[in-house]
Design a binder for this molecule. Structure first.
Ligand code: NAP
Ligand code: ZN
Length: 336
């Protein structure tokens, strides 16, 4: 079923809330997985969108970081319990009571939360990020998911100058990973199924590009990577990448294909290699990432679209035809 306009409720801001007029919202492949119920658990109607940039229109009496007129951003989370060990460690993404920006039980209005493909949103201050003023807003929106989801594991796994880093899949997440790994000083190799993305990969900061369907090109990189980030949205052979890790190398999945991946034990045990996953990032780390982007002049490469083209954009995502993130200009919601 295609996406279509509906009217949704938003709460009045309470004392700790910030009300935001949404200016841009990125399209994440997770939106598509959810809208099409590929992971299961989608509640309809579903309003996706967790890459939100906008302007503050109203704040509650206890809000201190924002005032009306300020730029503000919201990512994949809008609430958590604030008291569990994960929240205390500033990794709210692991809180058992975390509320996702959409398709998550809504503590205030019942039903589920509704995301950023909308004209406004009301969010608890702790989950609202500050947008550095030098960032282009359409290109900044995707930082709130594609940005933090790639920045966090690159930092966690110690990607720095001198490391050889692979990025698998040059989509929304992958192209952010290339920019970050390059800015962190790593030697970056992109693995793509799309030969026509080669020039772009180099421009985005890759030192080398491998067409992953070419077994000979793959072999040339055997046992050489310190770290590989896999940002592929569909079924693929991960063993081919495990073989490219050096001793004690790690491959981290950020891509979330609906079907399980097959992993050969030998690829991991010969070389003591490891396989991990990583979801988004905490609020403090998201702010750190935005500030890193401000300093290094990093935003997503976006194709700005009106909301009326959202279904077409989803079809293109499925064909890997995205350069490299769709960002919806939310002003288009007002036009028919
Ligand atoms: P995207 O923009 O659609 O990019 C996915 C890329 O994967 C494509 O551009 C393509 O790159 C590659 N690909 C697609 N189908 C493939 C196939 N059959 N075989 C091999 N490669 C294929 O998606 P995205 O928004 O970056 O999201 C990527 C994945 O990350 C999704 O599953 C999404 O749900 C997930 N995600 C996870 C988190 C998290 O917290 N961990 C956060 C956000 C998104 P090439 O053309 O270069 O091959
Ligand atoms: Zn996302």
């Amino acid at each position: 079923m295609p996406l279509a306009p509906i009217t949704i409720p938003r709460r009045e801001p309470s004392e700790h809330d910030v009300q935001i007029e949404i200016l841009f919202c990125g399209i994440c492949h997770s939106d598509l997985h959810t809208v099409r119920n590929e992971w299961g658990g989608t509640v309809y109607p579903c309003v996706p969108g967790h890459e939100i940039v906008g302007r503050v229109t109203k704040v509650g009496s206890a809000v201190t970081k924002f005032k009306p007129g300020d730029l503000a951003a919201v990512g994949c989370m809008v609430d958590s319990d604030g008291s569990c060990p994960e929240c205390q460690a500033a990794v709210e993404q692991f809180c058992p009571n975390m509320t996702g920006t959409y398709n998550s039980p809504d503590r205030h209005l019942g039903s589920v939360t509704y995301g950023g493909y909308s004209d406004s949103i009301v969010v608890k201050e702790h989950f609202v990020l500050q947008v550095p003023p030098n960032l282009n807003l359409a290109g900044a929106a995707p930082l709130l998911c594609a940005g933090i989801t790639t920045y966090s594991p690159l930092r966690h796994w110690g990607v720095t100058k001198g490391k050889k880093v692979g990025v698998v899949g040059l989509g929304g997440l992958g192209h952010m990973a290339v920019k970050f790994a390059h800015a962190l000083g790593a030697h970056v190799v992109v693995f793509t199924t799309s030969p026509n993305k080669k020039e772009d990969a180099l421009r985005l900061g890759a030192d080398d590009v491998v067409i992953s369907r070419d077994a000979d090109q793959m072999k040339q990189h055997a046992s050489s990577f310190d770290f590989i980030l896999d940002a592929v949205s569909a079924e693929h052979d991960i063993n081919a990448y495990i073989q490219l890790l050096r001793r004690d190398g790690n491959i981290t999945l950020v891509g979330a294909p609906p079907k399980p991946l097959v992993v050969s034990a030998f690829g991991l045990l010969l070389g003591r290699r490891s396989l991990s996953g990583s979801p988004i990032g905490g609020i403090a780390e998201t702010q750190e990432m935005l500030d890193f982007c401000s300093k290094h002049d990093i935003t997503a490469d976006v194709e700005v679209i009106p909301i009326q083209k959202v279904n077409e954009a989803y079809d293109r995502l499925l064909k890997s035809d995205v350069k490299y993130r769709f960002s919806i200009d939310m002003a288009s919601l007002k036009s028919k």
